[in-house]
Design a protein around this ligand. Structure first.
Ligand code: HEC
Ligand code: HEC
Ligand code: HEC
Ligand code: HEC
Ligand code: HEC
Ligand code: HEC
Ligand code: HEC
Ligand code: HEC
Ligand code: HEC
Ligand code: HEC
Ligand code: HEC
Ligand code: HEC
Length: 273
C-alpha cells in the first residue's frame, strides 16, 4: 500500500469512531451528570449583575451560588422574598432594628453593589444616626452650619471634599485639607484651634513682619515656634514674665516702661541688651 492510501483508510476509521461515540452520547444523555451552572454561565444571561459585581461589588464580589442557593423557582405563588436571599439572613440587622434602618434596599439600592449604590438623598436625614460627632459640631453656629452634609460630601457616601474646591485662593501655604484643619475644624469653623507643632510659615502668610523678624533673629527666641509663645488659641499674647519671671532687680527696672525698652522686640531681641 502507498502511504497516501494508508492515510485515507486511517482517516475513515477515525471518522467512524467519532460518529459512533456521539451517537452513544445522544442515547445516554440521561445517564450523564448535570454540571451546575458556573458564575460565568449565569453571567451569559445576567450580564448586568455580573458587571455590577465585578466593577462595584466590593465585598459582595462572590460567586452567584454563595448567595443564590436556589433560583429560577418559577412557581406562581412564590413571593419575591421567597425567590431571592434576604440581606438579614447573612447580616442580621447591623444598624439596629429601628424602622428606618431595616429596609436594607432603601439605602443599599443594588444588592450587587451594596456600598457603591448607597442612595445619598435618602441618607441625608439620617447622617446623624451614625455620625453623631460631626453632626453635633455642625449644629454650632458657624459659616458652615448653613450647608447640608451632602453639599460637601457629594457624589458618594464617604467622599471627602477639598477645602480648595470652594475656597479658591486660601491664605495659607498649605494646600491640603490636613493643613487647613490645623487651624479650622471643618465642622465648626467659628473656632480656631492650633497645636503647638504648627510650623511658623503657617502664620507667616498673614503676619509677615513678626515671622520675618523671628527668622532673622540671632538670639534664643529665633529657635522657638510662634505657638510656643502664642499658645492654644489664635490671638493669645503672653507677657515676658510668664516665662522669665523677674530676671532683674526692681531697682534696675524702675526707670523703664517695660522689658522691650532694652530688649527690643520679642520677635527680634536686641543683642547685648
Ligand atoms: C439562559 C439564561 C439564564 C441563565 C443561564 C441564568 N438565568 Fe437567572 N434568570 C433568567 C431569566 C430569563 C430570569 C427571569 C427574568 C425576569 O423575570 O425578568 C431569571 C431570573 C433570575 C433570578 C430572579 C429571581 C428568580 O429566581 O426568579 C435570579 C436570582 C437568577 N435568575 C439567578 C441566576 C443564577 C444565580 C444563575 C446562575 C447559577 C442564573 N440565574 C442563570 C435567565 C437565566
Ligand atoms: C452577596 C450575595 C449575592 C451575590 C454574590 C449575588 N447575588 Fe444576586 N441577589 C442577591 C440579593 C440579596 C438579591 C435580592 C435583591 C432584591 O431583593 O432586589 C439578588 C437579586 C438577584 C437578581 C434579581 C434582581 C436583579 O438585580 O436583577 C438576579 C437576576 C440575581 N440576583 C442574579 C445574580 C447573579 C447572576 C449573580 C452572580 C453573577 C448574583 N446574583 C450574585 C444577592 C447576591
Ligand atoms: C449569603 C450571604 C449574604 C447575603 C444574602 C448578603 N450579604 Fe452582604 N455580605 C456578605 C459577605 C460574606 C460580606 C463580606 C464580609 C462581611 O463584611 O461581612 C458582605 C458584605 C456586605 C457589605 C460590605 C460591603 C463592602 O464592600 O465593604 C454590605 C454593605 C452588605 N454586605 C450589604 C448587604 C445587603 C444590603 C444585602 C441585601 C441586599 C446583603 N448584603 C446580602 C454576605 C451576604
Ligand atoms: C439609612 C440607610 C441604611 C439602611 C436602611 C441600611 N444601611 Fe447598611 N449601611 C449604610 C451606610 C451609609 C453604611 C456605611 C457604608 C460604608 O462603609 O461606607 C452601611 C454599611 C453596612 C454594612 C457594612 C459595614 C457594617 O456596618 O458592618 C453592612 C453589612 C450593611 N450596611 C448591611 C445592611 C443591612 C443588612 C441592612 C438592612 C437590615 C442595612 N444595611 C440597612 C446605610 C444603610
Ligand atoms: C447606617 C450608618 C450610616 C449612615 C446613615 C451614614 N453613614 Fe457615613 N459612614 C458609615 C460607616 C460605617 C462609615 C465607614 C467608617 C470607616 O470606614 O471608618 C462611614 C463613612 C463616612 C465618611 C468617610 C469617613 C472617612 O474618614 O473616610 C463620611 C464623610 C461619611 N460617612 C459621611 C456621611 C454623611 C454625610 C451621611 C449622610 C448623608 C452619612 N455618612 C450617613 C455609616 C453611616
Ligand atoms: C463645609 C463642608 C462640609 C460640611 C458641610 C460637612 N462636612 Fe464632613 N467633612 C468635611 C471635610 C473637609 C472633612 C475632612 C476631610 C479630610 O479629612 O480630608 C470631613 C470629614 C467628615 C467625616 C469623617 C471624619 C470625622 O470627622 O469623623 C464625617 C463622618 C463627616 N465629615 C460627616 C459629616 C456630616 C454628618 C455632616 C453634616 C452634619 C458633614 N460632615 C458636613 C467637610 C464638610
Ligand atoms: C462646599 C463648599 C465648601 C467647602 C468644601 C469648604 N467650605 Fe468653608 N465655607 C463655605 C461657605 C459657603 C462659607 C461661607 C461664605 C464664605 O465665607 O465664603 C465658608 C466659610 C468658611 C470660613 C469662614 C469662617 C467665618 O467665620 O468667616 C472658613 C474659615 C472656612 N470656610 C474654612 C474651610 C475649610 C478649612 C475647609 C476645608 C476643611 C472648607 N472651608 C471647605 C463653603 C465651603
Ligand atoms: C495657621 C492657621 C491657619 C491655617 C493653616 C489656615 N487658616 Fe484660614 N484663617 C486663619 C485665621 C487666623 C483666619 C482669620 C483671619 C481674620 O480674622 O481675618 C482665617 C480665615 C479664613 C477664612 C475666612 C476669611 C477669608 O480669608 O476669606 C477662610 C475662608 C479660610 N481661613 C480658609 C482657609 C483654608 C481653605 C485653609 C487651607 C488652605 C486655611 N484657611 C488655613 C488661620 C489659618
Ligand atoms: C488668615 C490670616 C491669619 C493667620 C493665618 C494667622 N493670623 Fe493671627 N491674626 C490675624 C488677624 C486679621 C488678626 C487681628 C484681628 C484679630 O484680633 O482677630 C490676628 C491677630 C493675631 C494676634 C493678636 C495680635 C494683637 O494685636 O493682639 C496674634 C498674637 C496672632 N494673630 C498670632 C498668630 C499666630 C501665632 C498664627 C499662626 C499659628 C496666626 N496668628 C495666624 C490673621 C491671621
Ligand atoms: C518668645 C515668644 C514669642 C514668639 C516665639 C513669637 N511671639 Fe509674637 N509676640 C510675643 C509677645 C510677648 C508679644 C506681645 C507684644 C510685645 O510685647 O511686643 C507678641 C506679639 C505678637 C503679635 C502682635 C503685635 C505685632 O508685633 O504685630 C503678633 C501678630 C505676633 N506676635 C505674631 C507672632 C508670630 C506670627 C510668630 C511666629 C513667626 C510669633 N509671634 C512668635 C511673643 C512671641
Ligand atoms: C513663652 C515663653 C517666653 C516668653 C513669653 C518670652 N520668652 Fe524670652 N525666652 C524664652 C526661652 C525658651 C528662651 C531661651 C531659653 C532661656 O534662655 O530661658 C528665652 C530667652 C530670652 C532671652 C535671652 C536671649 C539669648 O539668646 O540669650 C531674652 C533676653 C529674652 N528671652 C527676653 C524676653 C522678653 C523681653 C520677653 C517679652 C517681650 C520674652 N523673652 C518673652 C521664652 C519666652
Ligand atoms: C535696663 C535695660 C533692661 C531692661 C528694662 C530689661 N532687661 Fe533683661 N537684660 C538686660 C541686659 C543688659 C541683659 C544682659 C545681662 C547679662 O548678659 O548678664 C539682660 C538679660 C536678660 C535675660 C537673659 C539673661 C538671663 O537672665 O538668663 C532675660 C531672660 C531678660 N533679660 C529678660 C528681661 C525681662 C523679662 C524684662 C522685663 C521684666 C527685662 N529683661 C528688662 C537689660 C534689661
Amino acid at each position: 500500500m502507498t502511504n497516501q492510501f494508508k492515510t485515507i483508510i486511517l482517516c475513515g476509521l477515525f471518522l467512524l469512531a467519532v460518529g459512533a461515540f456521539s451517537a452513544s452520547a445522544e442515547t445516554d444523555i440521561f445517564s450523564q451528570k448535570v454540571e451546575p451552572l458556573t458564575t460565568l454561565d449565569c453571567a451569559r444571561c445576567h450580564e448586568q449583575v455580573f458587571t455590577d459585581l465585578r466593577d462595584r461589588g466590593g465585598a459582595h464580589k462572590m460567586v452567584c451560588r454563595d448567595c443564590h442557593e436556589q433560583f429560577h423557582t418559577f412557581k406562581r405563588d412564590l413571593s419575591w422574598e421567597q425567590r431571592v436571599p434576604a440581606c438579614a439572613s447573612c447580616h442580621g440587622e447591623p444598624h439596629g432594628s429601628e424602622a428606618d434602618m431595616i429596609d436594607c434596599l432603601d439605602c443599599h439600592s443594588n444588592a450587587h453593589a451594596p456600598v457603591d449604590s448607597l442612595n445619598l438623598e435618602l441618607l441625608e436625614p439620617l447622617c446623624a444616626r451614625c455620625h453623631a460627632e460631626p453632626t453635633q459640631q455642625m449644629q454650632q453656629p458657624s459659616a458652615h452650619s448653613e450647608l447640608g452634609c451632602n453639599e460637601c460630601h457629594q457624589q458618594q457616601h464617604g467622599s471627602l471634599p477639598k477645602c480648595t474646591e470652594c475656597h479658591e485662593e486660601p491664605h495659607s501655604p498649605f494646600e491640603s485639607n490636613a493643613g487647613c484643619m490645623q487651624c479650622h475644624p471643618v465642622h465648626n469653623v467659628s473656632i480656631m484651634l492650633y497645636s503647638e507643632t504648627i510650623p511658623n510659615n503657617a502664620c507667616a502668610g498673614c503676619h509677615s513682619q513678626p515671622a520675618q523678624q523671628l527668622k532673622q533673629g540671632h538670639l534664643a527666641h529665633a529657635l522657638l515656634n510662634c505657638t510656643f509663645c502664642h499658645a492654644d488659641e489664635h490671638g493669645n499674647t503672653p507677657s515676658c514674665q510668664d516665662c522669665h519671671d523677674t530676671p532683674h532687680s526692681p531697682e534696675m527696672l524702675q526707670d523703664f516702661a517695660g522689658c522691650n525698652d532694652c530688649h527690643g522686640n520679642p520677635h527680634d531681641l536686641l543683642p547685648g541688651a
